[in-house]
Design a protein around this ligand. Structure first.
Ligand SMILES: Cc1cc2nc3c(=O)[nH]c(=O)nc-3n(C[C@H](O)[C@H](O)[C@H](O)COP(=O)(O)OP(=O)(O)OC[C@H]3O[C@@H](n4cnc5c(N)ncnc54)[C@H](O)[C@@H]3O)c2cc1C
Length: 609
């Protein structure tokens, strides 16, 4: 069995020492574990609270359409003031392989401007030039069939990928109406249609791959790419499942400095507490929700937050749990009166078709079950949203810079000058990029039907993620603060208007009468549009399961938590490698970025030995 390979469980684990202990066997954790154990002398223990999942849901690509609730925790949010005080949640994976086992499989890297902004925020080596080699190192592209390439005119750039463990594919099966969408995409004023994505190019219309392994036509995950192929040959790589890390252990020192020495874990099977130790480093890879929570319960975080929860402060670090960013998404939807057969809805509505395509997948590994996420992507800049008006974008940018920043930020930003300085540094970069076609503000993933969700890729609002003062060991309290900054609302309204112009394109004539269902074409002003979207929890989601930024890689003076070496400021032998280090959320879904960050993290950690 792969369960608890090598490490044993229970008492056999207690008191053991490894070179590195990694908390979280998810996306980033398994990448780092794989790379560090390439050197057979290096011992690594991965602690994972979830288990191995071998169900079809974790393997068959089509299930990327559904949420596998058995291996997802929904961490509830606090009431969201601008969304009628609605309470929602963020989905976090609890399974070996983490988010990549349950996600929608869309693979898209951000633009050069996205990562160059990380470098500008005080992180040498983390710009596009520093990260691109790691994007390539981790991936291999499996092309669609030649017949599909010519039928759909699918294009890509082979140089964007390398010969890495994670296989990516643009599925050969496409719904016929996607051809109509491509005709409309090619004729959009001002929007580029390059041959391929993922080379740092930002806004445009692209074919983009999914995390599907073309050799097996199954979902490609951090587990299938970075763990399954190596664990049997690496006695130096141990992974335990069903073990929750509850506290970081520190070495007592007389000088008052803080050095991590291990992790306290609780077994889900017998509820027993055990300690494991790291000679070189403790590496946090528990994701953007649980990593800051673990730091806070261990005494690292804002003193006021820890104090309120009766946690002894070991290191007062303002940034832990601040800077929360996600991709709030409008569930914009149109009805098309003359869709072709089959279309993305057919599989749900037509039992005969459903049975036929499942049989096709089971016998040939082809057809719609061999894919899920849309591979036609429309990325739009702010000028695109504003009908290609660079001057309107420039005036929005000036208004953004003139805002009294703290007015639209969580309260804690007013009492922590470093957090405010960090936001202002981010805002300056965003305001500059908003005026250009270099930064993607929205990503429409198109399957060839009227479902037109619009994630706001570059939010200005910032959330927080803090301990529950009455029960610090329970899940943290997330305050999304969606639309706290009114410019986020303006941008969402502009997104809706852009959708109206897009669906009014003459190329859509073959699809019949087009009716806007959400929000509804009768709503015209920003206020009318936003009232509808914010008044219905199904229309505007505060999270697209892309939590990030809660242990941001930025200098201390900007409210950062880790430096460019990914070590926690002011703490020895403790680093963070997951999505929480992202200082500014990229203009695309997160997994491509997380994989690359983890590949680079492994090199940094290995180099310091
Ligand atoms: C439902 C869903 C859909 C998504 N869709 C897409 C998509 O289509 N495209 C895309 O690019 N991105 C998508 N994402 C986002 C992407 O998958 C994540 O950003 C990425 O996987 C995060 O990687 P991570 O290493 O930061 O955390 P994770 O991969 O979440 O890994 C964290 C791991 O730590 C474990 N853990 C947490 N706390 C503890 C603890 N205390 N002790 C032990 N173990 C712990 C968890 O069980 C988990 O396995 C989606 C995410 C979700 C949840």
């Amino acid at each position: 069995s792969q369960q608890a390979r090598g490490a044993g469980t229970g008492n056999s684990l207690d008191g053991r020492t490894y070179d590195y202990v990694i908390v979280g066997g998810g996306t980033s954790g398994l990448v780092v574990a794989n790379r560090l154990t390439e050197d057979r002398r290096t011992t690594v223990l991965v602690i994972e609270r979830g288990y191995f999942d071998n169900k079809p849901e974790a393997i068959v690509p089509w299930y990327g359409n559904l949420l596998d609730v058995g291996v997802i925790d929904f961490v509830p949010s606090a009431p969201n003031p601008k969304l009628g005080n609605a309470v929602s949640s963020v989905a976090v994976a609890s399974v070996v392989g983490g988010g990549t086992v349950v996600n929608g499989m869309g693979y898209i890297r951000g633009s050069k401007a996205d990562y160059d902004s990380w470098e500008e925020l005080g992180n040498p080596g983390w710009g596009w030039r520093g990260l691109y080699p790691y994007f390539r190192k981790g991936t291999t592209f499996d092309p669609p069939t030649p017949a599909a390439v010519s039928q759909w005119n699918i294009t890509w750039l082979p140089e964007a990928f390398g010969r890495g463990p994670l296989h990516l594919k643009i599925p050969s099966f496409q719904y016929p109406d996607i051809a109509t969408f491509w005709r409309a995409l090619r004729n959009q004023p001002g929007v580029a249609v390059p041959r391929g994505a993922n080379v740092g190019n930002g806004p445009g219309a692209y074919w983009t791959p999914s995390t599907i392994d073309g050799r097996t036509e199954t979902r490609a995950t951090a587990r299938s790419a970075y763990y399954d192929p190596v664990y049997a040959q690496r006695p130096n790589l141990h992974l335990v499942t069903g073990q929750t890390a509850t506290e970081i252990l520190f070495r007592p020192t007389s000088q008052g400095d803080l050095t991590a020495k291990g992790i306290r874990i609780v077994s889900r099977a017998d509820n027993q507490t055990r300690n494991v130790y790291a000679k070189k480093e403790v590496i946090l890879a528990a994701g953007s929700v649980m990593t800051p929570h673990l730091l806070q319960v261990s005494g690292i975080g804002p003193a006021s937050v820890l104090g309120a929860a009766n946690i002894t402060v070991k290191k007062d670090l303002a940034g832990v749990g601040a800077n929360y960013q996600d991709h709030a998404t409008t569930m914009t939807r149109y009805s098309l009166s003359n869709q072709s057969f089959p279309n993305p809805d057919t599989i749900f509505l037509n039992a005969t078709y459903n049975a036929t395509v499942w049989a096709e997948y089971l016998s040939n590994k082809t057809g719609p079950i061999a894919g899920a996420s849309a591979t036609t992507l429309l990325l739009l800049s702010l000028p695109h949203l504003l009908n290609n008006s660079f001057s309107t974008a420039a005036s929005l940018s000036s208004r953004l810079l003139a805002q009294p920043a703290s007015q639209y930020l969580p309260e804690i930003y007013s009492s922590k000058p470093s957090l405010l300085a960090g936001f202002k540094a981010q805002r300056a970069i965003l305001a500059r990029n908003f005026k250009t076609n270099d930064l993607s503000l929205v990503a429409h993933a198109l399957l060839g039907n009227g479902f037109f969700p619009g994630p706001l890729l570059k939010p200005l609002s910032r959330g927080t993620l803090y301990l529950n003062p009455s029960d610090p060991h329970s899940p943290p309290i997330i305050q999304f603060n969606t639309l706290m900054n009114p410019i986020d609302g303006e941008n969402i309204a502009s997104m809706v208007r852009h959708g109206r112009r897009f669906f009014a394109s003459p190329e859509f004539a073959p699809l019949g009468e087009i009716t806007e269902l959400v929000p509804g074409s009768q709503y015209q002003t920003d206020k009318e549009i936003l009232d509808v979207l914010t008044g219905n929890a199904d229309y505007l989601w505060p999270s697209l399961a892309h939590p990030s930024g809660t242990c941001a890689m930025m200098p201390l003076r900007l409210g950062g938590v880790v430096g460019p070496d990914l070590r926690v400021h002011g703490v020895k032998r403790l680093s963070v490698v997951d999505a929480s280090v992202i200082p500014l959320i990229p203009g695309g879904a997160l997994q491509a970025t997380v994989y690359a960050v983890a590949e680079k993290a492994a090199d940094l950690i290995r180099a310091r030995g």
